[in-house]
Design a protein around this ligand. Structure first.
Ligand SMILES: C[S@@+](CC[C@H](N)C(=O)[O-])C[C@H]1O[C@@H](n2cnc3c(N)ncnc32)[C@H](O)[C@@H]1O
Length: 236
């Protein structure tokens, strides 16, 4: 997808997530051995919301991160937003099944959020940053809609640094994941995109530097999953 225009890349990401929506949760559980649930819970621990605050879960997909926020913050108002209708519908259905109250779903693009400045007490996003076509702009936009002092918490895959494990991970991620994606989701192309999107994504420290450049206060990151996952946090 590297040679495509930004709008064409964006459109392809949008339609891809709609395509894999039905098997998305199952693929997450299989690919991570179920660890993705614990990673989302850990991400939520880095929020600093008032108990009756307002949170945006951006790129919510099937809303698992929004539900993890709900576990810890029973009273916050949660706005769950994504730019792919198909996968967002999966989140809406699950929220209905769980009889979620005070959780609102909407379609919107992380690069042009339909909210005034300083709307939210905090923002979460899981596995968004690798997919956006303009990462610095996305980080600025997340900061813009967050109240001063509110936390922007980003959970994302990262590049493991341990020499031997790095080779094992690359074998798994680049060779096996597309095969598993073909078998379970019927979409090897989407699960080839997944590792390729990591290739061009910055490692954890340069990503933290982008938080600094976007104007965040005190950005830091925490590695999880043997260094394959990172939670980046910055204060608006
Ligand atoms: C890998 S899924 C993550 C879903 C969910 N956050 C989770 O933790 O499983 C990535 C999501 O990002 C969404 N996305 C990618 N680029 C986006 C953008 N520019 N604006 C809004 N959503 C976007 C996709 O539609 C997709 O639902």
């Amino acid at each position: 997808m590297n040679d495509l225009s930004q709008s064409e890349r964006s459109r392809r990401v949008q339609t891809m997530f709609t395509r894999i929506a039905g098997r998305y949760d199952l693929m997450n559980r299989v690919m991570t051995g179920g660890r993705d649930i614990a990673w989302r819970r850990e991400a939520v621990r880095h929020l600093n919301l008032p108990s009756d605050g307002r949170l945006l879960d951006l790129a919510t997909g099937t809303a698992d991160l929004a539900f993890a926020v709900r576990e810890r913050y029973p009273r916050v108002q949660i706005e769950a937003m994504d730019f792919s209708h198909g996968i967002l519908l999966g989140g809406v259905v699950k929220a209905k099944q769980r009889a979620e109250a005070n959780m609102f779903f909407g379609v919107g693009d992380a690069l042009a959020l339909p909210f005034p400045d300083a709307t939210f007490d905090g923002i979460t996003n899981g596995f968004l940053l690798r997919n956006v076509v303009d990462l610095p702009r996305c980080l600025r936009e997340l900061r813009r809609v967050t109240k001063p002092g509110g936390a922007v918490v980003c959970l994302e895959i990262t590049h493991p640094q341990t020499p031997v494990f790095k080779q094992v991970f690359q074998l798994y991620f680049y060779k096996m994941v597309p095969v598993i994606g073909g078998l379970i989701a019927g979409d090897p192309q989407a699960y080839s995109y997944l590792p390729n999107s990591l290739t061009r994504f910055p490692p954890a420290k340069p990503l933290r530097d982008l938080f600094v450049a976007a104007g965040y206060r005190d950005p830091y990151f925490k590695l999880l999953g043997l260094g394959t996952m990172a939670i980046h946090v910055g204060l608006a």
